[in-house]
Design a protein around this ligand. Sequence first.
Ligand code: SAM
Ligand code: SF4
Length: 349
Amino acid sequence: MAAMPRAAADPSPVSAAPLVDSFGRAITYLRLSVTDRCDLRCAYCMSERMTFLPRKDLLSFEELEALALAFIRRGVRKIRITGGEPLVRRDVLALFESLGGRLGDGLEDLTLTTNATRLAAYAGKLADCGVKRVNASLDSLDRDAFQRITRRDELDAVLAGIDAAQRAGLRVKLNTVALKHDNAHAIPDMIAWAHARDMDLTLIEVMPLGETGEDRVDQYLPMTAVRDALEARWTLTDEPGVQRDAGPARYVRVRETGGRIGFITPLTNNFCAGCNRVRVTCTGRIYMCLGHDDHIDLRQVMRDRPGDDEALDEALDRALGAKPEKHAFAISERNAAPAVARHMSVTGG
Ligand code: SAM
Ligand code: SF4
């Protein structure tokens, strides 16, 4: 049974100064990780043997809620709950219920990124909380390839989760990491499958974050090559109207299917100039950039000065002042160390 929504911890209006970094970028989008744990072990994201954080290190439900509200007070309009796999955290629905209560009251969009293994059980409840769309990760429709990529045999659960989300009225966008050996040849068929089901699909270049037990050179597939292959099959037209709000994704429409493809190209085309987001880990570290290790410990501030909005605001200002201009990912040499040691599952995708 899901916990009942709790009273909002912070009733203050959306009036505090907006979060603007030293490059003039306004931060309106928070990605909030609720766990570093996951029931899959995607070979580009994690190693098979992961040491997860002790539960006491994770932000409590109340801390997650207070943090989210502090960001809303400072002008954040969109919150994406992520992980690890957000739906493996037991009290995650209570967070959706609470933040759902702020939709139309400072918050405009509440969503999540999920691997969809548990989405069938959650889809209806998420819709009830005001969630309108979800990003579901799916790297292959082939059972063996799915198992090779995720190191788990969960394709059926994922497909059931996606179906359930659509039945619940959630708009589903698929995220697919482009992988040189495991799915390159199957990407066009995955797109056709997604578009036939009225789902956009975003392709992502693999980023060198954390050790996974595989060499990034063997995984990395530049999006330029993917796009060339797609253009040999279809007519792609840029979607200028949506680029502004799309964050790092650049969208094209496929004339033959009517659907959209997003391209996230951290390697071949740096997208940082329009960055409108920050990420907070499940331990309360705010990372100002995916590609840098600089962070500020918001959990410490909340535990040292409980309920002190000013102290939290001051920490957010410090964080924003330190947001770097851009990342500098590269994948070229074999056996290279990751650009940053932490896994994507720590920072939240
Ligand atoms: N577990 C959820 C999921 O898989 O959707 C949410 C967290 S996951 C870290 C968020 C997104 O990051 C997923 O779409 C995943 O494919 C992507 N991702 C993970 N590691 C990545 C990497 N090294 N490079 C690029 N994308 C990555
Ligand atoms: Fe888990 Fe998502 Fe990372 Fe895959 S990409 S291991 S599903 S956190």
